[in-house]
Write a protein that binds this ligand. Structure first.
Ligand code: FAD
Length: 369
């Protein structure tokens, strides 16, 4: 019986599916990168270059039995994948897990660990020389970046600007109050309900002094700025419509079993997981990992000739962990009694101390550091 499982994208979801199925099937993992990237570590990798290697887990050690092809999918159809190199990879099962992109440094531009580390070291140098930092976007990424910067350089002036009227509006007000208190303690300036009248005149993530004006008329002078908004789904390779029709947001529409909707019905052997999908929930690694478990169970059942049974349902309440450096932070977790706001020490314990490095070292082997 044919049992080739082709996984497109080796982020949180794809790497976990590939790892889970390597004993059951002939797994082929396709990704242009040379390592799994623990994206949650990227902002600390910027502020502490000596720590940066901890966010990479080479694919060679992560998969012991499968095949890793370092290439980019340019088209997928129900029978397999066409790669940028022109190579064709035939598949009995397909798992699409190409995730999303975001502005650097939250997401790294380079595909190789060495180049990514060079980029981070360069930006670190430019950030180190900047006295005043402007962050555009007060979502989780902007807040976390501000916290990491203050952890290393408590005296830098950090200002965050966001047109939203409230921080993290979908979360409990108790958590928001705690967040404002900690931001005040750290001396992080937050300007809500306002944007800039024009983008800064310098390039994002590059040193260079500029003055920007907010729509409220305030002038902000800074020596570097970072973009912390604008998630984009990585689904360009599906726009030819040979496999599925993307949603208006560029996402892949999936069923409860995480099978992909094809033009003529559900594709029983094709799955999509993680940030790529139209599952109605925040886009998070924690959810991508849960999708991966469901898909690994369903493909295993198929291979064994058993009934496909695992389904995925989003959690009723949102959750989040936002460290502000290694010791502070805010969070909200689901409990049987509803969402619970958690203290800084717990945020630190779950995420802030090592940004999940320990967890991925257990699962994926040693880091590149
Ligand atoms: C700074 C930051 C901190 C975060 N912290 C948390 C957190 O604490 N907890 C949490 O749950 N979530 C967190 N997230 C969100 C989390 O990173 C994403 O939800 C997660 O990465 C999604 O995983 P994924 O498997 O869908 O895809 P990704 O992790 O985005 O991986 C996609 C992979 O696909 C590859 N790829 C892309 N296009 C192609 C192609 N055409 N062909 C082949 N391969 C391709 C990419 O190279 C990449 O390796 C954070 C995000 C950021 C930016």
């Amino acid at each position: 019986m044919s049992r080739t499982v082709v996984v497109v994208g080796g982020g949180y979801g794809g790497a976990a599916v590939a790892k889970a199925l390597q004993e059951e099937a002939d797994v082929v993992l396709i990704d242009p990168r040379d390592a799994f990237v623990n994206v949650a570590g990227s902002l600390r990798a910027l502020t502490r270059p000596d720590w940066a290697g901890n966010m990479f887990f080479p694919f060679d050690t992560l998969l012991t039995r499968g095949t890793v092809i370092r290439d980019r999918a340019v088209s997928v159809d129900p029978d397999g994948v066409t790669l940028a190199s022109g190579r064709r990879v035939a598949a009995d099962y397909l798992v699409l897990a190409t995730g999303s992109s975001y502005a650097y440094p939250a997401r790294l531009n380079a595909d190789s660990v060495d180049e990514a580390l060079d980029d981070l070291r360069q930006t670190h140098k430019e950030l180190a020389s900047a006295e005043r930092v402007l962050i555009l976007g007060a979502g989780p990424v902007g807040l976390e970046l501000a916290g990491e910067i203050k952890d290393v350089w408590p005296d830098k002036h950090v200002t965050i600007v966001d047109p939203a009227e409230r921080l993290l509006p979908d979360f409990e007000s108790e958590m928001r109050d705690d967040l404002h208190r900690q931001l005040d303690e750290l001396g992080i300036q937050v300007r809500l309900g306002t944007g800039l009248t024009a983008p800064p005149t310098t390039e994002a993530s590059r040193a260079g002094t500029f003055t920007a004006t907010t729509t409220g008329g305030e002038e902000i002078t800074a020596d570097i700025w970072f973009r912390a908004f604008g998630l984009r789904v990585n689904s360009d390779y599906l726009t030819d419509g040979r496999l599925t029709t993307l949603t208006p947001q560029g996402q892949v529409s999936v069923t409860e079993t995480l099978n992909v909707h094809g033009p003529d019905g559900i594709l029983g052997h094709v799955y999509a997981i993680g940030d790529l999908t139209d599952v109605a929930e925040d886009k998070m690694a924690a959810y991508a990992l849960r999708h991966a478990e469901v898909v690994a169970q369903n493909i295993t059942a198929h291979l064994r000739g058993e009934q496909v049974a695992a389904t995925y349902r989003p959690m009723p309440d949102p959750m989040i962990l936002i460290p502000l450096g290694s010791r502070r932070g805010v969070g909200q977790m689901p409990t049987p009694d509803g969402p619970a706001v958690i203290p800084a020490a717990t945020v630190s314990e779950y995420k802030g101390v090592d940004l999940f490095t320990g967890r991925f070292t257990e699962q994926f082997g040693p880091t590149a550091a």
